[in-house]
Design a protein around this ligand. Structure first.
Ligand code: AMP
Ligand code: ZN
Length: 465
């Protein structure tokens, strides 16, 4: 499997640090509003990378943070007259709902910046002790020039960067290239006690600390949108490598921008659609499918036209899957004929194409084309005369490839509210009859369908897990 590494600007063979394991960190969103579909691009892309790695047999430890303390969160809290944590808690919950609608798997760990302050204080202190950081007026800064390899990811050199800088805003810094690790609080801001001031962390330190805590000093993959290459990821490398004396991440993966009219979609430009807005018009699977239709490193223009064509493309796959299901039900023969065996063997060609595409730096666009080819093949090579087993194999192959991309071809039958109520009644009756085994069985049955029962004073209540 080859992956494009921003650090070396080359496609490289993927060799994990520890055999069979992948330690992966993806920078997550700052939570002060609903996420827009630009933010959804890295979520969908790196979730697909993770799913493919798991398909290949790797045990993936996937960490993605929520930045829950930041100027924008504080500003929004002041506007609404609520606490910053109320804002971040609300939008983390909303973001998780969007992720679920996009079929993005929950990370192994979703750390929150505000819950990792202890680790940040420790790392900052280590950096001070090693001479890589200094305190001035309650702030702590990273001494950028002390880290000799600064610029290795973004291929920027310090002289050029300095030339591009205007008048230093924070005059107390020793050097204008230094960046902040800790800053004293302003009135009304959330703050934590530290040896330097009551204050809060700079943005970059959280990712270095969380990656270290949840994945270790050396990780396999660090990922995010390409806007993070500089300064965020460059600064993360400086902090982590100066602190740990180890190469921080082996492979750096960056997705291209989601654009509108060839301009980056962003909150500050105001040219964005939230995932929620798009979800009102389309099944969000269509959005996922649209994102996968382009290579992750290429810029991608969002347009109604492309969404419509993604919708039609997805529909073609879903229809083929549905047809196979119906044919399977109608089929009268069970055993696979010789001719069918040959046909199934020929269909493997599309699986190979799919894998070759994904092995080539996660070329989801070509992987989707391979699925289309398989769908076409299945459409023209299946009818009610075929055996159940043959039809089922074709069905399963398409489903499996779609699963790897996080595309759901068949929704699990949803349990209806009235069926839940009926089972709850049965459970109450079983309890009354002291048939506790049956009562527990019903509880477990519902749990398996994602329904949790709560015995309250007002009776039994249920909720979705
Ligand atoms: P933010 O909340 O701005 O820190 O962004 C969270 C993630 O979304 C980061 O990985 C960004 O690089 C990514 N991102 C933001 N806007 C876009 C966009 N228009 N296209 C692709 N990725 C984006
Ligand atoms: Zn980060």
């Amino acid at each position: 499997m080859k992956v494009y590494n921003t650090l070396t600007k080359k496609k490289e063979e993927f060799v994990p640090i520890e055999e069979g394991k992948v330690r992966m960190y993806v920078c997550g969103p700052t939570v002060y509003n609903y996420i827009h579909i630009g933010n959804a691009r890295p979520m969908i892309i790196f979730d697909t990378v993770r799913r493919y790695m798991e398909y290949k047999g790797y045990d993936v430890n996937y960490v993605s943070n929520f930045t829950d303390v930041d100027d924008k969160i504080i500003k929004k809290a002041i506007e609404e007259g609520v606490s910053a944590s109320e804002i971040s808690t609300r939008y983390i919950a909303e973001c998780k709902k969007d992720m679920e609608s996009l079929n993005v798997l929950p990370a192994t760990t979703h750390p929150l910046a505000t819950e990792e302050i202890g680790g940040m204080l420790e790392m900052i202190q280590t950096l001070i002790d090693k001479g890589f950081a200094y305190e001035k007026g309650g702030s702590v800064y990273f001494r950028t020039k002390r880290f000799e390899e600064y610029g290795k990811l973004s291929k920027k050199n310090l002289e050029d960067l300095e030339a591009g800088k205007r008048i230093a805003v924070e005059e107390q810094k020793e050097d204008e290239m230094d960046f902040v690790l800790w800053k004293p609080k302003k009135d009304g801001e959330p703050s934590w006690v530290s040896p330097w001031s009551d204050g809060r962390p700079g943005w970059h330190i959280e990712c270095s600390v969380m990656a270290k805590k949840y994945l270790g000093d050396e990780i396999d993959i660090h990922a995010g949108g390409e806007d993070l290459i500089f300064p965020h990821h460059e600064n993360e490398i400086a902090q982590s490598e100066a602190c740990n004396d180890k190469t921080f991440a082996k492979y750096w993966l960056h997705n291209g921008f989601l654009n509108i009219d060839n301009r980056k979609m962003s909150k500050s430009l105001g040219n964005f659609f939230t995932v929620r807005e798009v979800g009102e018009k389309y099944d969000l699977q269509v959005l996922r499918f649209f994102m996968l239709g382009a290579h992750y490193r290429s810029p991608l223009n969002f347009s109604e036209e492309l969404m419509e064509s993604s919708k039609n493309g997805l529909e073609r796959i879903l229809t083929a899957v549905d047809n196979l299901k119906h044919l399977k039900e109608a089929s009268q023969t069970t055993s696979v004929s010789e001719n069918e065996t040959e046909k199934l063997a020929a269909a493997k060609e599309y699986i190979r194409k799919f894998e070759n595409a994904m092995d080539d730096d996660f070329n989801t666009a070509d992987a989707v084309s391979a699925i289309f080819e398989l769908v076409k093949y299945a459409n023209s090579n299946s009818d009610a005369q075929n055996s159940k087993e043959y039809l089922d194999s074709l069905y399963e192959e398409i489903k499996r490839l779609c699963d790897i991309l996080g595309i759901i071809v068949e929704k699990e039958a949803e349990i209806l509210a009235e069926d839940i109520e009926k089972l709850i009644e049965d459970r109450q009756a079983a309890r009354k009859a002291k048939n506790f085994a049956r009562a527990d069985e019903i509880r477990d049955e519902l749990l398996a369908k994602g329904i949790i029962l709560e015995d309250t004073r007002e009776g039994v209540k249920w909720k979705k897990a």
